[in-house]
Design a protein around this ligand. Structure first.
Ligand code: BJ8
Length: 422
């Protein structure tokens, strides 16, 4: 029995299946990550955090709970982490990127549901996610149809709370969202028995802005040629940002960025200068969904950015440190989140400009639009983006795929052909 078996047992995990999952994950990580060359020293921290994803971090969360802290699980970058931290809670991203429990998931959600949804449902029904089992409140949102209907069914299995995300950016929608942010604050206060003060919110804003600034710094350094960090490693960093302790994580990323700066100054990188540069754009890639980045980076290209919620869409905007008390701060937080250009909005006017700006800033040679199979919002926007990119002379390739490894050969053929044209 391993060191954490007792903890996992208390969390009611299926120990045998869980052991199998960790073994597969370890092997997968070894193949995709540890095989890379010229890796940054700072990635040792990420290797460690990932190796302890269901171990040490869960232990820390259990200790926090024992000290009276509440754990808030989330599925969307619309949930304002500033408020969760202001309430002295721990926020954990629950999105899942593994093909786990897919068959049991289909007892709760239709077969033509995207793998991101099926995966979190599957993890729950197969009793394999210690984060979900540790959560005191699981926050869902009214984004895509797949998610909002899945949350309805999921409420039988988890303590759900739903935030109403508007679908337009009208004044009425903004007013609704400001009210939703206040309703969430009240729910957190009810959960913790604590009144959130202006000082608490300031602290929350500082911590989250600090994390986002560090990730922005990382993103800016990726404009260099040769690319100083692989897309796989940068994605992993963004994935870990959703579950690691935010203050510790920020320190580690800033240290890693110091190392990156030195690399850029010395003209060193993970691939030779002139290697074709790809921007990934579209659906979020949750841990351990590393399939496409691996395919791209073993096809002679390097990934220089992720226009996705596990990437730029989460880190692009800071929350202004609003003076003027709690109400003004809540408005500032609400307005910051309304800038997010999720494909669930109609129209989603800001996104094309954001993609072009990013492709430009990162000196991308081409864009791969990544859509999870059965994801209507991003599949539609990929169609809309293609002529926009073409008109700007930016080659683009749209790929629709799920979590299964079955199509990896086909994907590689298509990506290699695309990279040839860049
Ligand atoms: S703000 S992108 S995190 S909703 S892939 S479940 S859209 S069918 S994830 Fe998202 Fe918030 Fe938007 Fe970001 Fe539905 Fe598509 Fe599946 Fe998706």
């Amino acid at each position: 029995a391993g060191a954490y078996d007792e903890m996992w047992e208390k969390l009611n995990l299926d120990l045998t299946a869980h052991e199998g999952l960790l073994q597969v994950l370890g092997k997968f990580y070894g193949d995709i990550y540890l095989s890379q060359e010229n890796r940054l020293k700072g990635m040792e921290y990420m290797d460690f955090v990932l190796s302890e994803v269901h171990g040490l971090r869960i232990k820390e969360i259990q200790d926090a709970k024992a000290n009276g802290k509440k754990i808030i699980g989330t599925f969307c970058v619309y949930v304002p982490e500033e408020l969760v931290l202001a309430a002295d809670c721990v926020q954990i991203g629950l999105c899942a990127g593994a093909e786990v429990g897919m068959e049991s998931a289909e007892r709760l959600v239709p077969r033509n549901t995207c793998d991101l949804i099926k995966s979190f449902v599957g993890f729950k029904l197969s009793r394999l996610c210690p984060y979900l089992e540790s959560s005191d409140l699981v926050v869902g949102e009214t984004t895509c149809d797949g998610k909002k209907k899945a949350y309805e069914a999921f409420a039988e299995y988890a303590p759900m709370y739903i935030m109403e995300i508007p679908q337009t950016k009208s004044d009425a929608a903004k007013a609704l969202w400001r009210a939703e942010v206040r309703r969430f604050k009240a729910r957190l206060e009810e959960l913790t028995g604590k009144t959130i003060t202006a000082d608490d919110i300031t602290r929350g804003i500082d911590i989250v802005n600090g994390k986002r600034k560090a990730l922005q710094r990382l993103s800016a350094l990726r404009a260099a040629d040769p690319a100083p960090i692989s897309g796989r490693d940068a994605l992993l960093i963004n994935q870990i940002s959703f579950y690691d302790d935010p203050i510790r994580f920020t320190t580690q990323i800033n240290t890693l960025c110091d190392e990156l700066e030195a690399r850029v100054a010395a003209g060193e990188g993970v691939a030779p200068k002139g290697t074709k540069r790809v921007l990934l754009s579209g659906c979020p890639m949750a841990v351990p969904n590393w399939k496409l980045p691996f395919v791209v980076e073993s096809s002679g290209a390097v990934i220089v950015g992720e226009e996705s919620c596990i990437g730029e869409r989460n880190t692009r905007d800071l929350t202004p440190d609003a003076a003027g008390g709690v109400e003004a701060m809540l408005d500032a937080i609400a307005d910051r989140y309304m800038k997010i250009d999720c494909a669930c909005f109609t129209p989603n006017a800001e996104r094309p400009g954001n993609i072009l700006e990013l492709a430009n800033r990162l000196n991308a040679d081409g864009v791969i639009q990544y859509t999870l199979l059965f994801c209507q919002p991003y599949a539609n926007e990929a169609m809309k983006m293609e002529p926009i990119l073409t008109n700007k002379g930016i080659p683009s390739l749209t790929l629709e795929t799920g979590y299964s490894m079955e199509d990896i050969g086909q994907l590689k053929t298509r990506v290699e052909a695309f990279v040839e044209t860049l």
